[in-house]
Ligand binder design. Sequence first.
Ligand code: NAD
Ligand code: G6P
Ligand code: MN
Length: 441
Amino acid sequence: MKKHSITIAGGGSTFTPGIVLMLLDNLEKLPIDQIKFFDNDEDRQKTIAGACRIILKEKAPDIRFTETTDPEEAFSDIDFVMAHIRSGKYAMREKDEKIPLKHGVVGQETCGPGGMAYGMRSIGDVLQLVDYMEKYSPEAWFLNYSNPAAIVAEATRKLRPNSKILNICDMPIGIEELMASAIGLESRKEMEVDYYGLNHFGWWTGIRDKEGNDLLPRIREHVSKFGYVTEDQSLQHADESWNNTFAKAKDIQALDPSTVPNTYLKYYFYPDYEVAHSNPEKTRANEVMEGREKFVFGECRKIIEKGTAAESALHIDEHASYIVDLARAIAYNTKERMLLIVENNGAISNFEPTAMVEVPCIVGSNGPEPLVQGEIPRFQKGLMEQQVAVEKLVVEAWHEKSSQKLWQALTLSRIVPSAQVAKDILEDLQEANKGYWPELS
Ligand code: NAD
Ligand code: G6P
Ligand code: MN
C-alpha cells in the first residue's frame, strides 16, 4: 500500500494529539510516510508539536515529522489536508457565546449569531488553506472539519466549486455510538443509517443492522425515555453541559417521534430553555479552556519535560477514526458509506438543489456519491429552508462584504426574536470581530 503524507492544519488544536494517536493506531489501514503540522500560531503549535514529535519517535520512528508556519513547506508534496482550525481561537469563541447571551439570545459555537460570527471569521481562513493546498499539492484532498462546518461547506461550494474538499462532522458519529450502546451493540459500525438534514440540523429516519433488521424502533424508544443518555459511563462526555444536551434529545425527539434527532436541534427548538439554563459569565468556551485545553496542553508539556510519552494520559480520539475511514475511502476506493456534507443536487428530492445537506454517501477515490433520501416532511422542510437561507446569506454577506445581508441572516435565524435584537447583536459582534471579518459596508 502506498504511504501517505498528511498535513494537519490547526496543528495547535486540542484535538491534534488525539488524532495523531488515532492515525498511529491505524497504520496498517492507512500507512503514513509523513505528517506535517501547520498553524498560524507558532507558539501554540510548539507545545502540541513538541509532544507529538516525541510520541512519533517512540511509536513510529519511520514517519517523517515537520511543524511549520510556512505554507509552502506545509502544503508541498502531500496527499491529504486534515483541517481543524479555529479562527480567532477560544478568545473569540467566548465572545461568540457571550455577546448573544447578553441580548437574551442563545450563545453557541456553531448555532445562531455565535455560529454566524464564527463563520464570518472561518470562511476566508479555510479558503486560504484550500488555495495553499491547490498551489503546492494540486492532487491532494482537503478533509475539513473546521467549524462552523455548515457555513464553511456552503462557502467552499460557492467559491471553490471545483476543489477536492470533503466536509464532515463528528456529531452523528458520536450520537451513533451512544445509540449502539443504548441497544447493546458493540459498535456503531454494526449499524447502517439513513439520515438527512443540514450540518448540526438533521434526523435519522432508518437504522438497520448488517442483516437488514430494523433497529430504529428500539432506538426511538430509548431516546423517547432517556435521550442519548446510556448506562455505559465510558461513552458519556465528562462535562455536564454535554450530558444535559444528550438528555435534552428526548424533548427534541418529541417533535417527530418517527425519527431520532441530532442534539444540536435543541438550540432551535428550545432557545428559551437554553438561555434560562446558561450562565452569561461562564459559557462552554470557559469550560473547554478550563478542561480540555488545560489537560491537553498540560500533558504535552509533561511529555516535553520528561522527554517521553510513556506515562502520558493523552488518549486516542477513538471516534475520530472516521477521518481515517474517509482518507482510506479516497486513497483505496473502499466505497465506505459515510455521512458527509454535500451539495443536495436531488438527494433530498423536494429541497433546494444547491443546499449543502448532510446525507449518507458512498465514498470512493473520485469523492462522494450522495444516496437519495427522497422527499422530506413539511416540518423538517420548513425548518431547513429557513436555516439554509441563513447559512447562504452569511456566505453572501462575507463575499459581498454586506452588513445588510448579515442583518438579514441574523433576523432570519429561528433563535433571534426580532430584527431589532438582530441589529443590536450585529453591532456588538461587528465591533468584537474587527480584524477578523471583512470590512462590511
Ligand atoms: P483550538 O483553538 O484548540 O485549535 C485550533 C487551532 O487552529 C489553533 O492552534 C489556532 O492557532 C489554529 N488556527 C486558527 N486560525 C488558523 C489559520 N488561519 N491557519 C492555521 N491555523 C489556524 O480549537 P479546538 O477546540 O481544538 O477545535 C479545532 C476546530 O475543530 C474547531 O473549528 C472546532 O469547531 C472543530 N471541530 C469540528 C468538529 C466537527 O464535527 N466538524 C469536531 C470537533 C472539533
Ligand atoms: C461536536 C460537534 C463539533 C463541535 C464540538 C464542540 O463534536 O460535532 O462540531 O465543534 O462538538 O465540542 P466542544 O467540546 O469544543 O464544545
Ligand atoms: Mn460538528
